[in-house]
Design a protein around this ligand. Structure first.
Ligand code: URA
Length: 439
């Protein structure tokens, strides 16, 4: 095995292409868990240090995609999905999958749990009593056949090579490598058997990629790899300085999503869902352009069709029928609620210049909305409801933040949250989420 690793590492260090057969053998051994951690670490460190070409990134992604089950569908079916690099209040998948299903697109979505300060779609769904994300590939296919969408937790059946590579990257400081991130994300999405993919690459203080240049490089790399595997792909680079929509925290994000699915909710959230869904409808030829795609997604939210798909998905994934219908009609009665709600008030007159998403995420995580260690349990009720956003005119004494918590708030947390709101005397333009499109 040492010879194989040495050949691969030599090629990378010399800026040459890796031998495709060697690379494929390496990935198979990673998936079968027949390589030592030391050998895998040597290869990861070499890629992390030197990078690899976009051609090798496609080969790596393809190999990882085929390291486990790959969902297959009749060629005429319109199978699509999205991936987000993770944000604060990023609940888009909860609305996007059913909205797309209502528009004739099928979505076999694999999603993750919270990573670092960002929340995970699976943790959010598990705030719904009975909701199970533990689906095997056959169950995913059955639910998509029946409902049009499902949301399953990433598991060892799909792209198992990524499971081990990611775990080793995490403890060897090799996570932040564009080709490794690309192969990790795109291999799992490609194994869903997609025709089209939209990538939401977050950019800002509360994102994985803090600078526009880094976000653009990651977007270009992921678009290149996904297209190299024959998937029509578009990336949207979006702002991740301000929290998304009105609610942050697992159960509170389900609540906001149901508002949106019922034709109401925050304009920021509706616009992001429409932007992602609109791009997919355009790529799949179901809309003549982005705008027409967005209109279709918004109609599905207004006419109740997306809500119906969401309710059916809940039932297909283990929620009792009565609970699912009560969830759609009065979500407060079904979802966990925090013991305490503390209100923060605006101090000073002017315009909201910004609300620091990272500060909110860190406090929420300390109160149990996210994890510090893999084995930490989530407190689904913890989070925030924001009643102001960037550009709003505010006056002293107005409510701007509800803190939902079960543990006492410390003086320091209170201060940090008050500092998250900055007010300007001069008018501020509302937030522009979309920064750039990469195709
Ligand atoms: N999410 C993933 O699934 N993989 C990465 O490498 C980074 C984020």
């Amino acid at each position: 095995m040492s010879d194989l690793i040495q050949r691969l590492c030599d090629a990378i260090e010399n800026g040459q292409a890796m031998d495709p057969e060697d690379l494929s053998t390496f990935i198979q051994h990673v998936a079968a868990r027949t390589l030592s951690v030391e050998h895998i670490t040597q290869w990861l460190r070499t890629v992390h240090k030197n990078g690899i070409s976009s051609k090798d990134t496609v080969l790596l992604t393809k190999g990882m995609m085929h390291s486990g089950a790959v969902l297959t569908w009749d060629p005429e079916r319109l199978i699509a999905d999205k991936h987000s690099t993770g944000g604060v209040g990023d609940k888009m998948s909860l609305m996007l999958a059913p909205a797309l299903a209502a528009c004739g697109v099928e979505v076999p979505m694999l999603a993750g749990r919270g990573l670092g300060h960002t929340g995970g779609t699976i943790d959010k769904l598990e705030a719904i009593p009975g909701f199970s994300c533990e689906l095997n590939p056959a169950q995913m296919q059955t639910i998509v056949d029946d409902v049009g969408c499902c949301i399953a937790a990433q598991n060892e059946a799909i792209a198992p090579a990524d499971g081990l590579l990611y775990a080793i990257r995490d403890v060897t400081n090799t996570v932040d490598s564009i080709p490794l991130i690309t192969a990790s994300i795109v291999s799992k999405k490609a194994a869903e058997g997609l025709k089209a993919l939209v990538l939401d690459v977050k950019c800002g203080r509360a994102a994985f990629m803090t600078t526009h240049d880094d976000a653009r490089s990651l977007a270009a790399s992921m678009v290149g790899a996904a297209k190299g595997l024959g998937i029509q792909t578009i990336a949207q680079i979006t702002d991740m300085n301000e929290p998304i929509g009105s609610n942050v925290g697992n159960a509170l994000e389900i609540l906001e999503s149901i508002e949106v699915l019922n034709g109401r909710g925050s304009a920021d959230t509706v616009n992001l869902v429409a932007m992602q869904g609109g791009a997919l409808l355009m790529l799949l030829g179901l809309a003549k352009d982005q705008h027409a795609g967005e209109e279709k997604i918004i109609s599905s939210l207004k006419n109740g069709k997306a809500a119906l798909r969401f309710e059916r998905m809940c039932v297909a994934q283990g929620v009792a029928k009565e609970t699912a219908s009560q969830l759609m009609a009065s979500p407060h009665a079904v979802l966990p609620r925090a013991k305490h709600i503390t209100h923060l008030l605006v101090e000073g007159d002017g315009f909201v210049e910004g609300i620091d998403a990272m500060t909110l995420a860190e406090v929420a995580r300390t109160h149990g909305a996210g994890r510090f260690k893999l084995e930490d349990t989530i407190d689904a009720a913890v989070g925030f409801v924001l009643s102001r956003s960037k550009g709003d005119r505010v006056i002293t004494g107005q409510d701007w933040l509800e803190i939902h918590h079960n543990q006492p708030l410390t003086e320091q947390q209170n201060k940090a949250l008050m500092g998250a709101l900055t007010i300007s005397k001069r008018p501020i333009l509302p937030l522009q989420r979309l920064i750039e499109i990469v195709e």
